[in-house]
Design a protein around this ligand. Structure first.
Ligand SMILES: CC(C)(COP(=O)(O)OP(=O)(O)OC[C@H]1O[C@@H](n2cnc3c(N)ncnc32)[C@H](O)[C@@H]1OP(=O)(O)O)[C@@H](O)C(=O)NCCC(=O)NCCS
Length: 240
């Protein structure tokens, strides 16, 4: 990665042939292997293995290390980070998955959050929004024509998740305590944070377009970032 203001976003397809899953399993640590064993459904287990192993392989490439030698630590709400050693302490990342798709955002020196969701029909989406989102967001969704409300709902969801994933707080940060933009066709933005009046001008938020039927977002503090897109697979390549 050339500069500190470049964010590289990797897209991965988590549904891989069994032989490849078997091979990827070999790079997992003991605790990751134990976690994989706890999945009830084989499909979910395989996706976790592919996601974690690909995360290791991609980060290992940046660091010039063997994937199985990377050491992850976890924040008190479970956010994984690279433990110090080599320059691992300066490389930051965040991973998100939905269905067969995963996104990994990588940057130097800044904590970052990424989220991806498959756009789907959500039963009682307005009630759900009313329960979790800020009042201004609920009103903005309600004001839209019904045919774009699911897209707006998932724009809102992914942007909120990207923000709390950057913070690493999980749901300890109340989802209705801050507001994001959500109207399809308008730029992603952190509009307001209840207990942090400067936040909206201090945070960078960007909508990601991971492919048909999916929506994504990333969030981090700062400005002027350049985002590039990469595909992880048999041959990794830049795709934007
Ligand atoms: C991590 C969290 C913030 C998001 O999880 P999620 O959206 O379900 O899942 P994602 O696929 O986007 O992210 C999971 C990945 O984020 C990372 N992660 C785990 N804990 C994290 C944290 N506290 N902060 C940031 N990233 C975290 C891990 O890499 C994890 O991957 P893994 O499960 O393969 O180890 C979780 O705390 C959570 O519970 N979210 C609630 C979702 C929800 O109900 N939203 C309501 C919106 S209406």
């Amino acid at each position: 990665m050339a500069s500190h203001d470049e964010i590289q976003v990797w897209r991965m397809n988590l549904d891989r042939p069994a032989s490849e899953v078997q091979e990827l399993r070999g790079v997992l640590s003991e605790d990751e292997t134990a976690r994989a064993a706890r999945f009830v459904f084989d499909r979910h287990r395989a996706r976790f293995i592919v996601g974690r192993a690909s995360l290791r392989r991609i980060l290992a490439r940046y660091l010039g290390q063997a994937p199985e030698r990377l050491n992850f630590g976890y924040g008190h709400r479970g956010k994984p980070f690279l433990k110090t050693g080599s320059d691992g302490n300066r490389l930051r990342f965040n991973l998100s998955h939905s269905g067969e798709l995963a996104l990994l955002a990588v940057i130097r020196a800044r904590r970052i959050g990424v989220d991806v969701e498959r756009i789907r029909e959500v039963r009682e989406h307005l009630r759900l929004a009313g329960r979790y989102f800020a009042p201004g967001e609920v009103a903005a969704i309600r004001a839209l024509p019904p045919e774009v409300q699911y897209q707006a709902f998932f724009n809102c969801w992914t942007r909120k998740e990207a923000y709390i994933k950057a913070l690493g707080t999980g749901l300890a940060c109340p989802l209705d305590g801050f507001e994001v933009s959500l109207t399809p066709g308008t730029p992603a933005a952190l509009l307001r944070v209840n207990d942090d009046p400067n936040a909206s001008s201090e945070w960078f938020m960007k909508a990601l377009d991971p492919g048909p039927g999916y929506v994504g977002a990333l969030a981090l503090k700062g400005a002027g970032y350049r985002v590039t897109f990469w595909e992880w697979g048999e041959t990794d390549r830049r795709v934007d």
